[in-house]
Each structure stands twice: as structure tokens, then as C-alpha cells.
Design a protein around this ligand. Structure first.
Ligand code: ACO
Length: 403
């Protein structure tokens, strides 16, 4: 008889690293991060410089093609994207089918995956560079439009079409907050904060959603399908869903009397599953360099918009208390980028269930760059192993004899 336990023991060594805490899955030339020192670079450029001096599309180009674009190249890239922002009218049928309160992330993953139906040439794994570029432009151009349609549907409002004379962020915000015959303009502080937010989220090496994009793409699945899978991975509250979870946690604390210390104690109680959302990071164990930049943008936006929000007072109290609490100090738990991003999005008027969709919009160039790198490097299909701990070989029991 087959002895599974013996076979298992003879099957050679398997590296077991649950959660891949210390396992590299690839060599990559895109993003470098040092969690101890709080360093993050895209293609060798410091995140602080990029957030301060570049636009989101400039950074998208850098991540995807490896170099900062010249003025002419950037203008063509922008023009190509602007020309493809419309989505096929038949996509409206998908929107019609969703219940109006369905979560935006579910809608987004479905609609991005559905793009492959409208661009069937994407199914060919041996595409030319030109065909691949078409997918890249399509995704960068159409995702803001899809996101804005999701928002409009949730309100029962008619969609606002993209405008050819608007910048990328201005177009997006107008499609979200403008009306059909009433364009909306935005304070430069708001536009700047949106560029920064998207830039800071644009890539973060082999995190859960990016690894998913590479893993799905490694089977030669098309780029739309791979990114749709990444969107689903991002949805969870331990990853991209944290920005929504932060605001919901702050709301819950407010509705429970506003006692931040009570929730701090809950977070430290090992018998309580509650965690302080927006604190801690798998890789950053000193501080999250993105959080530093976004905290400043957050202060600027709140001051400019004159926002008074009791939820923000709770956020401040939590931040101060956690930073001086031994439990958080010992475990090197600091506010991450999502502690602040949700606060800005809320101040701008986004519903909390749209926050993770905005994260996805920012992460899109990173997913594209990582998918492209994986293909360009002709990486093998991803296929981890396991250590089997189940039953040894068992005698099959016919249904009539089972107890
Ligand atoms: N609140 C309270 N305690 C925490 C928290 C938290 N937010 N995060 C970690 N801890 C504690 C753990 O209970 C554990 O304590 P122990 O050593 O006494 O058992 C210790 O800190 C280490 O935690 P791990 O879960 O092992 O850390 P890991 O690296 O696996 O998890 C994660 C990182 C998932 C981000 C975690 O810190 C967390 O759940 N944070 C809240 C969710 C969140 O903000 N996610 C956003 C991540 S950023 C992003 O996706 C862009």
C-alpha cells in the first residue's frame, strides 16, 4: 500500500514560509524598499522627489517603461490616454445589472476583467509591443471612467463623460463630482493631494495584489484578467481595504462615545480580535515613508477645505496614544499610508466604500509594470509547493457503509 507519510518524507526539501514573509518570488528592477530605514524608490527615484515634483502620469510612465518621460513623450502619452477614456456603450449593460449598493471593488474587478471581451486581441499571449501598449493605454484611460461610473450609479445620477481638454486628475474628479452640464473646478491643493495619493500608491513591490497580478499573468492570462485578479486581492481589509476600514473604525469609535483609549486597550488585548486599522505594516518596521508625505498633504487639504470633523479628532488621539504606547513601540507599529488616505478622501467627499477603488486607481501603473516585467523576463508559471499534513492513504468506504 502507498504510505503517504513516507512518500512525503522522501519527497525532498520544501521551503515553508507561510505568508512568504522572507521568500522572494522574482528579481525586479521596478521598486526598492527598505522597511527598517523607511526607504522607497521607483526605478531608482526617491518617493519623496516623485511625490513632490512629478504628476501621476509621469510616474506611471516611469514605472511602466523604466525612465522618466521627456516633455514630448509625456505629452504623447497623455494625449493617447485622453483619446481612449471613453468606454464602450455596451459596458453600460454591466452597470445596469449590479444592485446599486454593491461594493465598488466587486464592480471594478468585474468591469476591468470584462475589457478583455471588448479587446479580444489581448488574449494572444504573443502580442507585439504595439498591441501591449494599446492595453496599457486602455487600462490607464478607462479605469478612471469606470470608477466614476460606479460612483454615479451608487447615487443614481447620470454619468459624466470625459473631457478632452482636462488633465487626468481634473477629468477624473469632474466625472466623479461634476454634473452632465456643469463642469467642476477644484482647488490646486486638492489636485496636488490627489496626484500625491496616486503616486504614493503606484507600486510597492511584491505585495499581495501585485504578487497576484504576476501569478495570474504567469499562466499567460491576459493583462485585463490579471489586473482584475489584483483588484480582488486588494479588496481585503488587511491590504487595500484598510483605508475604508480605518474610517469605519473611527466612525464606530465616535458612535460608541468617542473613547479612543478604550479601543487602544482592545487592540492590545490578545483575546480580542480587534486591530487598530491603519497601523502596522508587513515590511515597514520603523515608519512608512508614504505616511509622512501624505500626513502633510492631509493637513494641507483639511486646512484649505476648512474641514471640521469629530472623526479627525479621534484619529489624532489614536495616533498620539499609539505612538507613545509600549505595546505599539515594542511591535514597531506605526500609522501606515492608509491611516491618512481615507481621511483625505473623506474630506474630498468620497464615500468610504470608494476608498479602496481609489487605491486601485493609484496601484494600476505598478500592476501593469510588474505584469510587463514578468512577461518581458519570460518568467515561468507560478506554482508554489506545500507540506502535506493530511490523512495517510485510506480505504475507500462506499456511501451505504459510512457512519
Ligand atoms: N493593531 C494591534 N496589534 C497589531 C496590529 C494592529 N493594527 N498590527 C499588528 N499587531 C500586532 C500583532 O497582534 C502581533 O502581536 P504579537 O507579536 O503580540 O502576536 C504583532 O503586532 C505582529 O503582527 P503581525 O500580524 O504578525 O504582522 P504582519 O506583518 O503579519 O501584519 C498587517 C501586517 C497585516 C498590516 C497588520 O499590521 C495589520 O493587520 N494591520 C491593520 C490592517 C492595516 O492597516 N492594513 C494595511 C496595510 S498597508 C497596505 O496594504 C497599503
Amino acid at each position: 500500500a502507498i504510505d503517504i507519510s513516507k512518500l512525503r518524507d522522501q519527497s525532498g526539501y520544501i521551503t515553508l514560509d507561510p505568508g512568504f514573509k522572507n521568500t522572494g518570488s522574482t528579481k525586479s528592477a521596478i521598486t526598492f524598499l527598505d522597511g527598517e530605514k523607511g526607504v522607497l524608490t521607483y526605478r531608482g527615484y526617491a518617493i519623496e522627489d516623485l511625490a513632490d515634483k512629478s504628476t501621476f502620469l509621469e510616474v506611471a510612465y516611469l514605472l511602466i517603461y523604466g525612465e522618466l518621460p521627456t516633455k514630448d513623450v509625456l505629452e504623447k502619452f497623455r494625449a493617447d490616454i485622453r483619446s481612449q477614456m471613453m468606454i464602450h456603450e455596451d459596458m453600460k449593460n454591466f452597470f445596469a445589472g449590479f444592485p446599486s449598493k454593491s461594493h465598488p471593488m466587486g464592480q471594478l474587478s468585474c468591469l476591468v476583467g470584462a475589457l478583455s471581451a471588448f479587446y479580444p486581441e489581448s488574449l494572444n499571449p504573443n502580442q507585439t509591443d504595439e498591441e501591449e501598449n494599446k492595453m496599457i493605454i486602455n487600462l490607464l484611460a478607462k479605469m478612471p471612467t469606470i470608477v466614476s461610473w460606479i460612483q454615479k450609479k451608487s447615487l443614481g445620477h447620470p454619468v459624466v463623460y470625459p473631457k478632452n481638454n482636462f488633465g487626468y486628475i481634473e477629468n477624473f474628479l469632474n466625472m466623479i463630482f461634476g454634473e452632465v452640464n456643469q463642469e467642476k473646478t477644484f482647488d490646486p491643493v486638492v489636485i496636488d493631494a490627489m496626484h500625491k495619493l496616486l503616486i504614493l500608491h503606484a507600486d510597492h513591490e511584491q505585495n499581495c495584489s501585485t504578487s497576484t497580478v504576476r501569478m495570474v499573468g504567469s499562466s499567460n492570462a491576459n493583462m485585463y484578467a490579471s489586473i482584475s485578479a489584483g483588484i480582488n486581492a486588494l479588496w481585503g481589509p488587511l491590504h487595500g481595504g484598510a483605508n475604508q476600514a480605518v474610517i469605519e473604525m473611527l466612525e464606530a469609535i465616535k458612535n460608541d462615545g468617542g473613547d479612543a483609549d478604550k479601543y487602544l486597550a482592545k487592540a492590545k488585548d490578545k483575546n480580542d480580535p480587534f486591530r487598530l486599522m491603519g497601523f502596522g505594516h508587513r515590511v515597514y518596521k520603523n515608519f512608512d515613508p508614504r505616511a509622512k508625505i501624505i500626513k502633510k498633504a492631509c493637513d494641507d487639504v483639511l486646512e484649505k477645505l476648512g474641514v471640521q470633523d469629530p472623526v479627525l479628532d479621534i484619529a489624532k488621539r489614536l495616533e498620539e496614544a499609539a505612538l507613545s504606547d509600549q505595546y505599539f513601540i515594542d511591535r514597531k507599529l506605526y500609522p501606515n499610508v492608509d491611516f491618512y488616505s481615507g481621511i483625505i478622501y473623506r474630506a474630498l467627499g468620497f464615500n468610504s466604500d470608494m476608498f479602496t477603488v481609489l487605491f486601485a486607481l493609484g496601484r494600476l501603473p505598478g500592476w501593469i509594470a510588474q505584469w510587463k516585467e514578468m512577461r518581458d523576463n519570460k518568467e515561468p508559471i507560478g506554482r508554489p509547493r506545500q507540506v502535506y499534513i493530511g490523512e495517510n492513504l485510506r480505504q475507500y468506504v462506499p456511501i451505504a457503509d459510512r457512519k
